[in-house]
Design a protein around this ligand. Structure first.
Ligand code: AMP
Length: 271
C-alpha cells in the first residue's frame, strides 16, 4: 500500500494507472475506520483494479459548534486496516484546499430538508470536497454508504447534473451487534447514552414492520419508541426525491436524526 499525503504525487501515480487502463475505485472517508467503512472498501475492491481510500476531516462540512476539533482520529490504526483490506493507495492530505480556493459546489432542493435543515451549509461542504476529490482521483467507481442516505442521494445528483463519468455505488448500512448503526461518533457515547441511542434503530425497525398505510401512523409509532428529546427529525420520504410522503404505496425510506447529549446520530431504513 502506498500512503500519499500530497496532491501532486497522488495525481502522478493515478495518471499512470488510468493510462494503463486500470479501473480506479475510490472510497472517501473521514477516518477512524470501522466495519461500515471496511464494507465499502470491500465492495470497491471487488469492482476495481486500483483502490484508493482517502482520509480527510473536511472542515467545510462542519458548522460552528460542531465536533470538527475533537473528531476522532486514528491514522495508524486506519492504515493497518486499509492494508489488510488490500487498499492500493491511502490518501491522507493534511489540507486539501489552496489558500485561495474559491469554488463551491451546491446541490439545491435535495439538501433543503432532513440533515440539510438542521446543518446549514453541511451538504455544500460535502459536495465541494467530494467534487474536488473526484477531480483529483478521477475514479471509475466511487462507493458511499447508505448510512448517510441523504448524502448518497446528493452525490448521485451532483454526478448526474455535472456529467461526471463516475459510477456511484451505494453500500448497505452496517450495524453493531446491538443494532446501533456503526459511526465514528459512537465513540462519544457513554453506556447510558448508548442505551438511549438504541431506540433510533428500534423505532425505524418498528416503522418498517408496521402494516399501516398512512405514514403518520408509522411516524407516531416511531416517536413512541424514540427515547430522546433531542430528535432533529423522524421522517418517511420518497427514496429518490427525499420528499415526505403521506401513504406507503411503494418503496419508501424512514430516516431519523437525534442528539443524544452532544452527539448527533443518524440512521435510516428501507420500507
Ligand atoms: P465518514 O467517515 O463518516 O465520512 O464516512 C465515510 C463513508 O462511510 C460514507 O460513505 C458513509 O456513508 C460510510 N459509512 C459510515 N458509516 C457506515 C455504516 N455504518 N455502514 C455503511 N457505510 C457507512
Amino acid at each position: 500500500m502506498n500512503t500519499v499525503s500530497d496532491v501532486a504525487t497522488l495525481q502522478t501515480a493515478l495518471l499512470q494507472h488510468r493510462q494503463a487502463g486500470l479501473r480506479v475505485g475510490f472510497v472517501p472517508t473521514m477516518g477512524f475506520l470501522h466495519e461500515g467503512h471496511l464494507s465499502l472498501i470491500r465492495i470497491a475492491r471487488e469492482q476495481c483494479d486500483h483502490l484508493v481510500v482517502s482520509i480527510y476531516v473536511n472542515p467545510l462540512q462542519f458548522g460552528p459548534g460542531e465536533d470538527l476539533d475533537c473528531y476522532p482520529r486514528d491514522t495508524e490504526g486506519d492504515a493497518i486496516k486499509c492494508r489488510a483490506e488490500g487498499v492500493d493507495t491511502l490518501f491522507i492530505p493534511p489540507n486539501l484546499y489552496d489558500p485561495d480556493h474559491s469554488t463551491q459546489v451546491r446541490v439545491s432542493s435535495l439538501t433543503d430538508g432532513l440533515c440539510g435543515a438542521d446543518r446549514p451549509g453541511h451538504f455544500d461542504g460535502v459536495t465541494t470536497v467530494v467534487a474536488r476529490l473526484f477531480g483529483l482521483v478521477q475514479p471509475t467507481t466511487a462507493v458511499f454508504g447508505e448510512k448517510d442516505y441523504q448524502q448518497l442521494a446528493v452525490i448521485r445528483r451532483m454526478v448526474r447534473d455535472l456529467c461526471m463519468p463516475i459510477d456511484i455505488v451505494g453500500g448497505p448500512l452496517v450495524r453493531d451487534t446491538d443494532g446501533l448503526a456503526l459511526s465514528s461518533r459512537n465513540k462519544y457515547l457513554s453506556d447510558s447514552a448508548r442505551a438511549r441511542a438504541l431506540t433510533l434503530h428500534r423505532a425505524l425497525f418498528a416503522m418498517r414492520d408496521s402494516t399501516a398505510r398512512l405514514a403518520a401512523e408509522r411516524l407516531a409509532l416511531g416517536r413512541s419508541i424514540l427515547d430522546t428529546d433531542g430528535t432533529d427529525y423522524l421522517a418517511i420520504v420518497d427514496p429518490d426525491s427525499l420528499q415526505p410522503i403521506d401513504r406507503i404505496d411503494g418503496p419508501a425510506r424512514a430516516l431519523v436524526a437525534a442528539r443524544i447529549g452532544n452527539t448527533r446520530l443518524i440512521d435510516n431504513i428501507g420500507i
